[in-house]
Design a protein around this ligand. Sequence first.
Ligand code: NDP
Length: 266
Amino acid sequence: MPAKTDYPELDNARRHWRYQPPADLLSGRTILITGAGDGIGRTAARTFARYGANIVLLGRTQDKLEAVFDDIRTATDTDPAIAPIDLEQTPYEGHVELAGMIESHYGRLDGLLHNAGLLGPRTPIEHYDTALWPRLMQVNVNAAFYLTRALLPALQTADDASVVFTSSSVGRKGRAYWGGYAVSKFAIEGLSQVLADELESAGRVRVNTLNPGATRTQMRAMAYPGEDPATVAAPEQHMDLYLYLFGPAARGQTGQAFDARDWPGA
Ligand code: NDP
């Protein structure tokens, strides 16, 4: 069902998208997004809801999630939900509990966007903070594994489910001083390939990674403090690829590493 209201940044970006999805692309689908309170995750949540999806907003800061929830309720007739979960602190059992709530409320899960991430310090491995390393791996890698494992039954109940792990250029080619962040993204690429291979023959759940490339968010500003944010793409500019991967046109595309900057369009 089309959105009641759009917002200006989405309208502006849509004119330049390489893929023009129908207004009801995600109608009837339920998609969980991690890190949905800010940055790219917030934009994906607002955008996907405007294309008809029920969004489960997972994040660690309740008031940010509530603001996105309110925006979606005002702009659409979809059925969003909030999952206030700190991915660093939540044990596997917490993810299983969430999966149970999703199955009982929505019946199945059609999409899972692993988007939450920590940047961590940008220092040489030689000086990397040994206490921070496992905390970063917990959020960027272990939690993504826990959540995926717990949600697989709900994803396999859907006919055409999509799992997307958010990667980075430094998760495909190592680069000095990107430390645990780069290593965690390499791990995500590996998790995605293994899972895609395991699920491919059943044909119900596709699994891919997506590198958004430079995007105007708090994380980008932390990584490049001297950069003028106006020169960096807004998250809305990449939403054509995000929508494509969660919609029916991407059926059969699995085990791939997408890059928003050189995606030719659909
Ligand atoms: P932001 O830092 O702007 O947003 C990250 C989100 O993750 C926030 O909503 C944050 O919550 C959430 N988050 C962080 N830690 C936790 C946690 N422990 N539990 C739950 N949620 C958590 O990042 P971006 O939007 O820029 O990045 C999104 C993804 O895109 C990341 O995976 C990043 O690595 C990737 N990426 C980004 C690029 C860019 O240029 N921006 C380039 C390449 C990849 P809160 O707001 O409450 O802190």
